[in-house]
Design a binder for this molecule. Structure first.
Ligand code: SF4
Length: 217
């Protein structure tokens, strides 16, 4: 199979398995999604969803959050890990949204990535899931699976994003990145498979005998 044929097969298979792509992080608007995505760095979405009700009860908009002492934010988000950096970032970006963006989450990559605690992956998630702008955020699952399906050489997440954007039509990106994450969590886990087990790799590589080694994100 060519890379294009493999990509088409994967997209078709994942659309069958996950026709709906609900956003895993609970939120009510672009601001609460931005905060939830920031909290999800090196933390599971399940844990973030357990923590955010308390955080958003304290403050669920930039104006109120900017008034909160960083220590109070840190206390609530501690179970998400990296709480000193994350609480400073939440406070800092809330103040910048008030000062520079009329309290609104900016709908463009440069302004988003200028905010403390917001890198390209976080900005991509917000652009695609809050504003519906085509984006392909690459997390550990997507980086791993793209290598196993040989859609990328896995040099780094930037390269993986470029390769996947070339493999799939833009209109598929927003659903596909969630479908790949769902498949990665459910079937194609880091320890769970060697690339010879399920219907996807068996179709892409029917003669594959040895386990596939992948590079970490
Ligand atoms: S065979 Fe393994 S590596 Fe390949 S897609 Fe299935 S679960 Fe993932």
């Amino acid at each position: 199979m060519t890379k294009k044929e493999r990509a088409d097969f994967v997209a078709k298979k994942l659309a069958e398995l996950y026709p709906e792509t609900p956003i895993p992080l609970d939120h009510k608007d672009p601001y609460t999604l931005l905060i939830a995505v920031l909290l999800s760095a090196q933390c599971t979405d399940e844990r973030v969803n357990k923590i955010t009700p308390d955080l958003f009860a304290l403050a669920d908009n930039p104006a109120d959050m900017a008034k909160q002492p960083v220590e109070k934010i840190q206390e609530i988000i501690r179970p998400c890990g990296l709480s000193p950096q994350k609480s400073k970032a939440i406070s800092g970006l809330s103040k910048i949204l008030i000062e520079k963006h009329n309290g609104e989450v900016p709908q463009n990559f440069p302004d988003l990535e200028e905010l403390p605690g917001v890198g390209h992956k976080t900005a991509s998630v917000v652009m695609s899931q809050a504003f519906g702008v085509p984006a392909f955020p690459v997390d550990t699952h997507i980086h791993r699976l793209a290598q196993r399906w040989k859609l990328t050489n896995g040099k780094n997440v930037t390269q993986t994003e470029k390769d996947l954007k070339r493999c799939f039509p833009e209109e598929q990106w927003n659903a596909l990145h969630l479908q790949i994450i769902f498949y990665g969590r459910e079937h194609c886990t880091a320890r769970g498979c060697d690339g010879t087990v399920c219907g996807i790799c068996r179709a892409l590589y029917p003669d594959r005998k040895r386990a596939v080694k992948t590079k970490k994100a």
